[in-house]
Design a protein. Structure first.
Length: 308
């Protein structure tokens, strides 16, 4: 425009203008790459206090050939308990698909979407995901949708020696007590069955991981954790915004006392549910399966499953 041209020197040649345009174009592309999802932590550290980064332009998915030996013989079922946090899911699925593919880990992402009107039950959703994940997967990752691994040295391989807690207390941005096994936990399907899965009694947020730690110990299994990771609390990006996404921490009826007890009867053997639908999706080129799950609740046994 004439006003803009008036700011430029009168003898400015075509070559400097062309060079300036190239420089501005490169700077724009670099800004887009650094600001999109899946390419590193947000400014200010590993814990995000706002919304996740904007999605990157779709990249070609990394998929192994079935007979490619470098990918190994094992296949991971990534189980993601979920309800309504779509902005986090849009960042999570493509990021985790590329993260695992770069590590040559065969995997399938299952989004376990609770669509009933009961309170959120993370443990029951994981039980359902385990039962519905199929025989072509031989180990699972219980994985929070708001936790992205930033350090490529983190191990997601087959945990033959026992449960492997990827988000260990010395690395997780929020939870640091020594018996913590939440966030991201890998188990073989055999070991998960030895624990009879997770308790179905935990409606609302929290405590199901602490009860599962007792199940792991009761099954004679030893929790292992990462070693040699030097990134500390910057090892993960935490997408959850507590100001926007309030956690359901209400304790109703006898729930406050019951949440500290070990459930010696329930788990995989008595989870009650129905699959409303199963949908194959692609998020920015990353494949996943969404299971819309209707959980059932015996209000005589756990009256705290409802908001009433």
């Amino acid at each position: 425009s004439p006003p803009l041209l008036g700011l430029l020197p009168g003898r400015l040649s075509v070559f400097p203008l062309f060079f300036l345009a190239l420089l501005l174009g490169f700077a724009s592309l670099l800004w887009l790459q650094l600001s999109c999802s899946g390419e590193g932590p947000v400014p200010g550290g590993g814990q995000s206090r706002g919304a996740p980064r904007q999605p990157c332009p779709p990249q070609a998915p990394l998929l192994p050939a079935e007979d490619e030996p470098s990918w190994g013989p094992h296949r991971l079922a990534l189980l993601v308990p979920f309800r309504e946090r779509f902005e986090e899911l849009l960042a999570f699925v493509p990021y985790m698909h590329r993260f695992l593919s770069k590590k040559r880990i065969r995997h399938h992402i299952f989004v376990l979407n609770q669509v009933d009107h009961f309170r959120f039950n993370r443990a029951s959703l994981i039980n359902v995901g385990f039962l519905e994940s199929g025989n072509d997967t031989d180990y699972i990752a219980m994985h929070d949708v708001d936790l992205l691994p930033l350090n490529e040295q983190l191990d997601y391989s087959f945990p033959e020696a026992g449960p492997f807690h990827v988000a260990s207390p010395e690395l997780h941005p929020l939870y640091h007590y020594k018996t913590y096994v939440g966030g991201i936990l890998l188990l073989t399907k055999q070991h998960y069955e030895m624990c009879n899965g997770m308790s179905n009694r935990f409606w609302g947020w929290g405590r199901e991981d602490d009860e599962f730690y007792r199940r792991i110990k009761g099954a004679g299994l030893q929790v292992r954790r990462p070693s040699g990771i030097t990134t500390g609390y910057e090892t993960f990006q935490h997408l959850h915004d507590p100001a926007w996404r309030k956690r359901d921490q209400k304790r109703i009826a006898a729930q406050k006392q019951e949440q500290f007890k070990v459930d010696r009867e329930g788990g995989l053997n008595n989870v009650r549910y129905r699959i409303e639908s199963r949908t194959a999706l692609s998020v920015a080129g990353a494949p996943c399966t969404v299971l819309n799950i209707l959980l059932d609740c015996d209000t005589n046994e756990t009256p705290w499953c409802t908001f009433g």
